[in-house]
Design a binder for this molecule. Structure first.
Ligand SMILES: Cc1ncc(COP(=O)(O)O)c(C=O)c1O
Length: 481
């Protein structure tokens, strides 16, 4: 063996690592334990912290302008900075009274899984790169299919969220349609469909004219007769009806499109049936949710979001595609540098747009394994019951009009007063939203439904109790104008 030149830098040939990147074991332990202590304190005091604060860039100038660090800072100092300068003014999506948008309430079990993934850093793009985490991903995908009665032979992958899962589903639909897809294809979406569906279609190369806006009925569900009429009109015009993107739990109101009827129509017309179940999908693991979501398991492609109603940390979506071959044909990747991959095993780089990808599965696995399906089903039903409780309590205020939740979104707003314009009525809704935000007590959000500003209160958090709902509603009553 040729002799090596003498070391010039102990970090090249010697045993010393760069301590700023990998400190010694004692420091790792000390800082690691300190981090856990701070996280536990953060988790256990959540109800007492303000839910949200909307500072400006000027107020956060010291964060925005933080200078590039040329020299090391101690890890303890970085932790201190984060917990003192970032957390106190952060909107806390884990907070039991965060009722805005669609919450992403990570559990401690999910967070531990996320820490395991970051701490061990497995590569889950290929079997060779991380065979055991790929095996785990296959298993957890199967568990999800089992819970939702989705075909076990279907393909699937964990994505960064629901938006990317929608992209995967529509990409698979485009593959099945072949070359005519981009020239003549039409994708049917209701105005209540999530923006990521339209964004995905655009990214995939569909012109904006390829999106057909299917009207909704009075309950904000896709109107199946109108859908049928749009399809017939497009066929007559020489277009190719390619995919229907239905929603199982719309972001605005939680409406569930008539999934079984749309599945029938798609089967008859040979059209791809995509279901965006990013919000509502996991409700189907409970008996009540299953009843509401009949037809979900007939989708050709299905978007799910473990970082929503499966209590996992942010950054974890899931796409299931009934025909695994279509999924593979859509994303299969080649390259001389991939020649060593065992092609008879599952390489997730062939199932989605990413090559290097974190082992998102670990958080979902940790959560599902530690909680078990039954407990999760009970929790999801509990969230739905608490949403109904919120509706019942809000209704006690005669100044408010309240709609019952379909899943766990309560929509409500100020009742119109005699001689009041709709603009003024809507202003009271937005003022209430602003006032709740400023109170730090709870977070709501607004939307527009049937051209009317509406307040939304979402319940989706294992930390939310009946007492927390009472506290949120009491605050709303106090701030109602
Ligand atoms: C129905 C629906 N689809 C898709 C998405 C996008 O999911 P993500 O934010 O995980 O990308 C959302 C987000 O709230 C949603 O409610």
């Amino acid at each position: 063996m040729p002799e090596l030149p003498p070391p010039q830098d102990d970090t090249i040939y010697g045993t010393a690592a760069r301590p700023a990147l990998d400190p010694d074991a004692e420091t790792m332990r000390r800082v690691g334990y300190a981090l856990i202590d701070r996280l536990v304190a953060h988790h256990t005091t959540l109800p007492d912290q303000p839910v949200a604060r909307r500072g400006t860039r000027t107020e956060f100038a010291s964060l925005v302008d933080e200078a590039l660090p040329e020299d090391p800072h101690a890890l303890d100092d970085c932790l201190e900075f984060f917990f003192h300068r970032v957390i106190p003014d952060l909107t806390l999506v884990n907070h039991p009274r965060f009722h805005g948008y669609i919450p992403c309430p990570s559990s401690f079990a999910g967070a531990l899984g996320g820490m395991l993934a970051a701490g061990t850093n497995p590569f889950s793009g290929s079997w060779l790169g991380g065979s055991t985490v790929c095996a785990l991903e296959l298993t957890v995908l199967r568990w999800i299919k089992q819970m939702l009665d989705f075909p076990l032979h279907s393909g699937g992958i964990f994505t960064s969220g629901g938006s990317l899962a929608n992209l995967v589903g529509l990409a698979a639909a485009r593959t099945r349609a072949g070359t005519a897809a981009l020239e003549r294809g039409v994708v049917y979406v209701s105005p209540e469909g999530h923006a990521s569906l339209r964004k995905s279609a655009a990214v995939l190369g569909f012109p904006s004219a390829a999106i057909c806006n299917v009207p909704t009925n009075a309950n904000f569900q896709m109107d199946v007769d109108a859908l049928q009429a749009c399809i017939a009109r497009d066929r007559r015009g020489g277009r190719l009806p390619l995919a229907v993107a239905a929603t199982a739990g719309t972001t605005n109101s939680g409406a569930i499109d008539p999934l079984a009827a749309i599945a029938d129509l798609c089967a008859r017309e040979h059209i791809w049936f995509h279901v965006d179940a990013a919000y509502g999908g996991f409700a189907a693991i409970s008996a009540r949710g299953k009843q509401l979501l009949q037809g979900l398991n007939r989708a050709d492609s299905l978007t799910l979001d473990p970082h929503k109603w499966l209590y996992c940390p942010m950054g974890i979506g899931c796409a299931l595609v009934r025909d695994p071959e279509i999924l593979k044909r859509t994303f299969s990747a080649d390259g001389e540098y991939l020649a060593d991959l065992p092609r008879d095993e599952v390489n997730f780089l062939d199932h989605g747009p990413e090559l290097s990808r974190p082992a998102r599965v670990i958080a979902v696995w940790m959560l599902l394994r530690s909680a078990g399906r039954k407990e999760l089903a009970r929790q999801i039903e509990h969230d739905m019951e608490l949403a109904q409780l919120a509706a019942d309590l809000l209704r006690k205020n005669p100044r408010l009009e309240v709609q019952d939740p379909v899943l766990s979104i309560v929509t409500f707003g100020h009742r119109k007063q005699p001689h009041e314009t709709e603009v003024d009525r809507a202003l009271r809704d937005t003022k209430l939203m602003e006032a709740t935000l400023a109170s730090g007590e709870l977070m709501l959000s607004t939307t527009t439904l049937a051209s009317r500003t509406t307040l939304r209160l979402v319940v989706m958090n294992h930390r939310t109790t009946a007492e927390e709902i009472q506290r949120s509603v009491a605050q709303i009553h106090q701030l109602t104008l």
